[in-house]
Design a protein around this ligand. Sequence first.
Ligand SMILES: [Zn+2]
Length: 165
Amino acid sequence: MTKLSILLIFLTLFGCATSGNKKTDSDSKIIDREYPRVDYHLIQEVRRFGVLYKHYCKEEMDRTIDVRLENIEGYPNAAGVYHRIQDYTIISLKHWRRFTPMMREEVVFHELGHHVLNLGHDWSTDNIKEGCPKSIMYNKGAGNCYHMKSSYFIKELFKRAGCKG
Ligand SMILES: [Zn+2]
């Protein structure tokens, strides 16, 4: 774990306490000075994803999810990235700070679409409907469209993954 990161480990069972890696005192001080000690909004969004997973997929998420809030090296424009090989998600701190709650929800759900639901991007050009993509797995996300019909996009996301609800 790098010094300038907040590592959140969400246990597989929703409702379990979250646990972080052991930190030295000096690490904690650095984190406290640079960032909020714990980003409760990020925890809430990941938990909400877990609740929706249970609702749509009729089962608990059966894996540990590693989501970090830090700067994304090499991808200055990316709001989030899932590293498949190392199996963790980074949400861009720079973006997170200026995002509205809905934008935060969308980026977390998009990345967990990769991370948890094993989905790729929907690159097809015929997925644009009324100026909106069909899915938040569109490579650029759904943007303003997500604000207008987030419940549609959430349903579509889980359906895409084979969970009908
Ligand atoms: Zn993506």
